[in-house]
Design a protein around this ligand. Structure first.
Ligand code: ATP
Length: 295
């Protein structure tokens, strides 16, 4: 019995890990049922991490040959820093995240993490190094505990609870009739957008990867909730290398660098204060959001 249990359990872990990363990404990037186009090089070694410095070097990419999306894009996210990407819909922001996760290979240039071209390392090791907090978190029709433990299969109840506390979702869970055993999803407890995001944050805290991709929600939560979640994301991202696809400019104010994209090109880049002083696209976006939010 025990002998049978161990391999099955092990398979379960692998299955869950693969399924989770695919589910989050499919949802995040709308890649449902797309064929994945990349494969490991034979005998590809694992990514060796040393702080997780990300570098895009003269990256070119298009989904179709006739229509390039990114052209000669270069930037660096030094280990432990945050780079924010802003710009209108269709500018190519999510494409950067898809390339970093290696859903596609670049057509030209390269993307590296700690000096290793991501095409040369195993995809499993690459994806273990990256945590994603998507706009819209997928929850499974299972218990709250299971949904959080997805971040790290095999996590203990104490670890799950600690992550939930840090993501400020513990009190909510504890108040449900069955606590962490409460079922969520279609047939169980329905969670609001903000609560789902907190579950995603707890998952990510458990996974504890050195590199994070945040895809900020475009759909507005109420502003108090939004500020609280932003503060939590801030805490999750502390001392990690972060790529944030930002819709609220308030989250990018402290970024190491802000890339303003339009039609696959970086049209402005720099820190918040520099970009405001330039009085260009970023300053315009900033003014628009300030007046839109009504203070
Ligand atoms: P948004 O803020 O709306 O999410 P974005 O800046 O993230 O936009 P991307 O999703 O990166 O934009 O898309 C960049 C361009 O690539 C768009 O013109 C889009 O239509 C195109 N595109 C995105 N995904 C695909 C795909 N799978 N096949 C072909 N073209 C695509």
């Amino acid at each position: 019995m025990i002998q049978l249990y161990i391999p099955l359990n092990f398979l379960g872990v692998i299955y869950r890990e693969i399924k989770q990363s695919l589910t989050d990404l499919d949802k995040m990037f709308g890649l449902l049922e797309r064929e994945r186009e990349v494969a490991d090089a034979p005998g590809a070694p694992a990514l060796q991490l040393a702080g997780a410095t990300v570098r895009f070097e003269a990256v070119r990419f298009g989904y179709e040959a006739a229509r390039p999306i990114l052209q000669e894009l270069s930037f660096e996210i030094p280990a432990g820093k945050k780079v924010a990407v802003v710009g209108p819909s269709g500018a190519g922001k999510s494409t950067l995240a898809r390339l970093l996760y290696r859903f596609y290979d670049v057509d030209g240039g390269r993307i590296s993490i700690d000096g290793q071209d991501i095409r040369t390392v195993s995809q499993a090791s690459l994806r273990r190094a990256i945590g994603i907090v998507p706009q819209d978190t997928v929850l499974f029709n299972d218990t709250v505990a299971y949904n959080i433990a997805y971040g790290r299969p095999g996590a203990t109840r104490e670890e799950i609870e600690a992550a939930a506390r840090a993501a400020h979702i513990h009190d909510f869970i504890a108040a449900s009739p069955k606590g962490y055993e409460t079922l969520v999803g279609e047939r169980g407890l329905k969670l609001s957008g903000g609560e789902k995001q907190r579950v995603a944050i707890a998952r990510t805290l458990l996974k504890d990867p050195p590199l994070l991709i945040f895809d900020e929600a475009t759909s507005a939560l109420d502003s108090r909730n939004e500020r609280a979640i932003q503060a939590e994301l801030e805490a999750v991202g502390r001392n990690k290398t972060v790529l944030v696809i930002a819709h609220r400019l308030s989250t990018v104010v402290d970024a190491h660098e802000i890339l303003v994209m339009e039609a696959g090109r970086v049209v402005e880049r720099g820190r918040h204060a520099e970009l405001l002083a330039r009085q260009g696209r970023y300053a315009q976006m900033w003014q628009l959001q300030q007046s839109g939010e009504g203070g």
